[in-house]
Design a protein around this ligand. Structure first.
Ligand code: NAG
Ligand code: NAG
Ligand code: NAG
Ligand code: NAG
Ligand code: NAG
Ligand code: NAG
Ligand code: NAG
Ligand code: NAG
Ligand code: NAG
Ligand code: NAG
Ligand code: NAG
Ligand code: CU
Length: 574
C-alpha cells in the first residue's frame, strides 16, 4: 500500500502543527485500519472487528475549527461505515457515515476517506461504526479542544482522562441481532472488565491521581444497549459539558449516561490518600420482558499517589443506585443546564416554524407477531439498494415516501395504555415503510417526543444526526400542551445530540434545520435499530449554492455490488 507512508508523513506533520502555537485551523489526518483481531477480555478468546487492533479504538484529538481527514481501510470481514457521532457536519452530510442513509457501506477490502470541518462545538464525542451492532467494538473518542485563542470556561485541569464504557459479549457481534438479544457478559471500562469478572482479575482500569489536583474526566457511554450509572466512592464530580456543549457547572456524586451520551466532568482528588473504586452499573427503565441485564457491576480503581495496598485501608466502594432507580437517573439527566454566554452558546429561538408530536415505543409486526419499533405508528425500513440521501439528491423514486406525520394518527392515553379489545385499530401494528419528514431550510422545529406503554415501557435515548437540539423539558405521563408548555426552559436549557426520553414520559426538543441533507433521528440502543425505531429528516436547500447540498464525493462507496437482504429472518434491518 504505497499511500500509507504518505499518510504517516502527513500525520507527523500534523503533530508538529498541534504542538506549535499556531492558532489557525489545521488539517488533522489519520488512517483507520479496520481489522479482525482476537481478544480475550474474559475467559473466552473472541474474534472482533477493531480499528487498528485496539478496543476501544484510537482517540482522535482535534481543535475546534480543524478539518479532520480519516482514511478508513476495511481489512475486516464486515461491511462498515464510520459515523462521527454528534459532529454537526455542516455542509458535509455525505460524511455522516450513516449506513444506507448517507452512504453505502465500505465493503471488505475497500476504503473511503472521510473529510469534514469541526466547527462550533467543543468537548468529547464518539466515533463509531453505523452498521447494526458493529459499534460494540468499532468505536473510540473524538476530543475537540478549544482553539488556542481561548481556553476552557473552567479552571485548567492538571490532566485529562478518558473513560469509555463498553458492553461486551463472548460472541461474534455479527450474531447479536438474533432475537431476543442475548444478555451481555460484562461491561468494560477502556476495554477492561475489572476484577469482579472471571479471568480478568489483573485487568482492571486504574487511574493514578495526585492529591489536591483536578482532572478532567472525558466520559462516554459506548455500550450498545444499556443506560449506565457511574459513581466514584467518596468523590463528587462537577459536570462541565455534555455531548460537547458546555454546561453550568453541576455537582453530583452519581451520573447516568445513555448509549451515545458523553459527559465532561472535573474530579478533584480532595480525599485522604488512599484508593477509591469507580463503578458502572446498568440503569434499567424497562419492564422485565426483555432479558435482564447482567446483575453485575464493573469497576476501576483510583489510586492516590502515596497509597500502597499494604499501608492503606481497603479501597472505598461507592454505594450504587438500584438498577431501576428512575429518580436518580432523572435527577441527573434533567438538572443539567447550558453555560449561557459560554463558547458557542446560542440563545433558544423563540419562534417555532414546525411543531411535531412524535410517539416513540413498540408495536408488533402483524404477519410475524414479532416486536417492532414505532414512531407515530411507522416502523422505519432502511433502504436496501440506494442510500436515502442519494435517492433524494438524484430524484430516484420508490426509495422513500415523504409522509412522516407531524402527529400520531390517534390520540390516546400513551403513558397508561393497556391492551383493549379494539387495539387493532390503535397503534399496535405500525406500518413498515421508509417514511421521512421534509423540513424547510433554516426552519425552527419543535418536537415533543412522547414515550408510550405499547408492548412495554422503556426509556429510549433518541439521537439526532447533524444537529444539537435544546432540551426544553423532561416529564412523566402524557405531555400536556397547556400545563407543560409553561414549564419549559427557554433560558439555559441543555443542548445535546442524544436525550433519554423517560420511560412513560416525554421530552421537548427544539433545533434549527440549517444544514441541508438527510439526517437520521433514531433510538441509540442498537437493539432497537432493527426494530425500525428510526425516522429521517430531509432538510431542503437554502437560497444559495453555499446553503445547498453539494454532489456526493466521487469516491463515495457504491451499492452496485448489490446489497442482498438475508434469506433468514434473524436480522430485520438488512
Ligand atoms: C492505525 O494504524 C496505521 C497502520 O498501522 C497507522 O499508520 C495509523 O497511524 C494508525 N492510526 C491511528 C489513528 O492510530
Ligand atoms: C488484512 O487481513 C488479512 C487477513 O485477516 C491479514 O493477513 C493482513 O495482514 C491484513 N492486512 C493489513 C494491512 O492489516
Ligand atoms: C483505496 O481504494 C482505491 C480505489 O477505490 C485504491 O486505488 C487505493 O489504493 C485504496 N487505498 C488504500 C490505502 O487501500
Ligand atoms: C458532595 O456534594 C454534596 C452536595 O453538594 C455534599 O453534601 C457532599 O458533602 C459532597 N461530598 C463530598 C465527598 O465532597
Ligand atoms: C443484584 O445483586 C445485588 C448484590 O448482590 C443484590 O442485592 C440484588 O438483589 C440483585 N438484584 C437482582 C435483580 O438480582
Ligand atoms: C434536580 O431535579 C429534581 C427533580 O428531578 C429536583 O427535585 C431537584 O431539586 C433538582 N436540583 C438538584 C440540584 O438536584
Ligand atoms: C431533482 O429534482 C429537482 C426538482 O425537480 C431539480 O431541481 C433537480 O435538478 C433534480 N436533480 C437531479 C440530480 O436530477
Ligand atoms: C397504524 O398503522 C396500521 C398499519 O398501517 C394501521 O392498520 C392502523 O390503522 C394505524 N393506526 C391508526 C390509529 O391509524
Ligand atoms: C436563518 O434564519 C435566521 C433567523 O431568521 C437568519 O438570521 C439567518 O440569516 C438565516 N440563515 C441563513 C443561512 O439563511
Ligand atoms: C456487504 O455489502 C454487500 C453489498 O453492498 C453485500 O453484497 C454483502 O453481502 C455484504 N457483506 C456482508 C458480510 O454483510
Ligand atoms: C486489500 C486487503 O487488505 N484485503 C483484505 C481485506 O480483508 C479481508 C478479510 O480479512 C481479506 O480477505 C482481504 O485480503
Ligand atoms: Cu430504544
Amino acid at each position: 500500500m504505497p499511500h500509507l507512508d504518505h499518510y504517516l508523513a502527513i500525520q507527523a506533520f500534523v503533530i508538529v502543527l498541534l504542538f506549535s502555537s499556531i492558532a489557525s485551523a489545521a488539517i488533522v489526518e489519520h488512517v483507520f485500519h479496520v481489522t479482525n483481531v482476537l481478544v480475550k477480555p474474559l475467559c473466552k478468546e473472541q474474534m472482533i472487528p477493531t480499528v487498528n487492533g485496539s478496543l476501544p479504538g484510537p482517540t482522535i484529538n482535534v481543535r475546534e475549527g480543524d478539518t479532520l481527514v480519516v482514511h478508513v481501510i476495511n481489512n475486516s470481514t464486515y461491511n462498515i461505515t464510520i459515523h462521527w457521532h454528534g459532529v454537526f457536519q455542516l455542509k458535509s452530510s455525505w460524511m455522516d457515515g450513516a449506513n444506507m442513509i448517507t452512504q453505502c457501506p465500505i465493503e471488505p477490502s475497500y476504503n473511503f476517506t472521510y473529510r469534514f470541518d469541526i466547527i462550533g462545538q467543543e468537548g468529547t464525542l464518539l466515533w463509531h461504526a453505523h452498521v447494526v451492532n458493529l459499534r460494540a467494538t468499532l468505536h473510540g473518542a473524538l476530543i475537540i479542544r478549544p482553539r488556542s485563542t481561548h481556553l476552557y470556561p473552567f479552571p485548567k485541569p492538571y490532566k485529562e482522562v478518558l473513560l469509555i464504557f463498553e458492553q461486551w459479549w463472548n460472541m461474534d457481534v455479527g450474531l447479536l441481532s438474533i432475537q431476543p438479544a442475548p444478555i451481555s457478559d460484562a461491561y468494560l471500562i477502556n476495554g477492561l472488565a475489572g476484577d469482579l469478572y472471571p479471568c480478568s482479575k489483573n485487568r482492571m482500569y486504574k487511574l493514578k491521581v495526585v492529591q489536591g489536583k483536578t482532572y478532567l474526566l472525558r466520559i462516554m457511554n459506548a455500550a450498545l444497549n444499556k443506560h449506565l450509572f457511574f459513581k466514584i466512592a467518596n468523590h463528587n464530580v462537577t459536570v462541565v459539558a455534555v455531548d460537547a456543549v458546555y454546561t453550568t457547572p453541576y455537582v453530583s456524586d452519581v451520573m447516568m449516561l445513555t448509549p451515545g451520551q458523553s459527559v465532561d466532568a472535573l474530579l478533584t482528588a480532595d480525599q485522604a490518600i488512599g484508593m477509591y473504586y469507580m463503578y458502572i452499573k446498568s440503569y434499567n427503565s424497562a419492564d422485565q420482558v426483555s432479558p435482564f441485564p447482567p446483575n453485575t457491576t464493573t469497576r476501576g480503581l483510583i489510586v492516590y499517589e502515596g497509597a500502597t495496598s499494604s499501608s492503606s485501608s481497603p479501597a472505598a466502594i461507592p454505594l450504587m443506585p438500584e438498577m431501576n432507580d428512575q429518580t436518580t437517573a432523572h435527577r441527573f439527566s434533567s438538572n443539567i443546564t447550558s453555560l449561557v454566554g459560554g463558547p458557542h452558546w446560542t440563545p433558544v429561538p423563540r419562534h417555532v416554524d414546525e411543531t411535531m408530536f412524535v410517539t416513540v415505543g413498540f408495536g408488533f409486526d402483524k404477519p410475524s407477531g414479532e416486536v417492532d419499533g414505532s414512531l407515530n405508528n411507522y416502523t422505519f425500513v432502511l433502504p436496501k439498494t440506494v442510500p436515502l440521501q442519494e435517492a433524494y439528491f438524484y430524484n430516484i423514486t420508490g426509495v422513500y415516501t415523504d409522509d412522516f406525520p407531524n402527529q400520531p394518527p390517534l390520540r390516546f392515553d400513551y403513558a397508561n395504555f393497556e391492551p383493549r379489545t379494539d387495539y387493532e385499530n390503535m397503534m399496535m401494528y405500525p406500518e413498515r415503510k421508509t417514511s421521512v419528514k421534509t423540513l424547510g431550510f433554516n426552519t425552527t422545529v419543535e418536537i415533543v417526543v412522547q414515550n408510550t406503554k405499547i408492548v412495554t415501557k422503556e426509556s429510549h435515548p433518541m439521537h439526532l444526526h447533524g444537529f444539537n437540539f435544546y432540551v426544553l423539558g423532561y416529564g412523566f405521563g402524557n405531555y400536556d400542551p397547556t400545563r407543560d408548555a409553561r414549564t419549559l426552559n427557554l433560558v439555559n436549557p441543555q443542548m445535546r445530540n442524544t436525550v433519554a426520553v423517560p420511560s412513560l414520559g416525554w421530552v421537548v426538543l427544539r433545533f434549527i434545520a440549517n444544514n441541508p441533507g438527510v439526517w437520521m433521528f433514531h433510538c441509540h440502543m442498537d437493539a432497537h435499530l432493527p426494530f425500525g425505531m428510526i425516522t429521517a429528516f430531509i432538510v431542503l436547500n437554502g437560497p444559495t449554492p453555499e446553503t445547498s447540498l453539494q454532489p456526493p464525493p466521487s469516491n463515495l462507496p457504491q451499492c452496485s455490488r448489490i446489497y442482498q437482504p438475508p434469506t433468514t429472518n434473524v436480522d430485520l434491518s438488512y
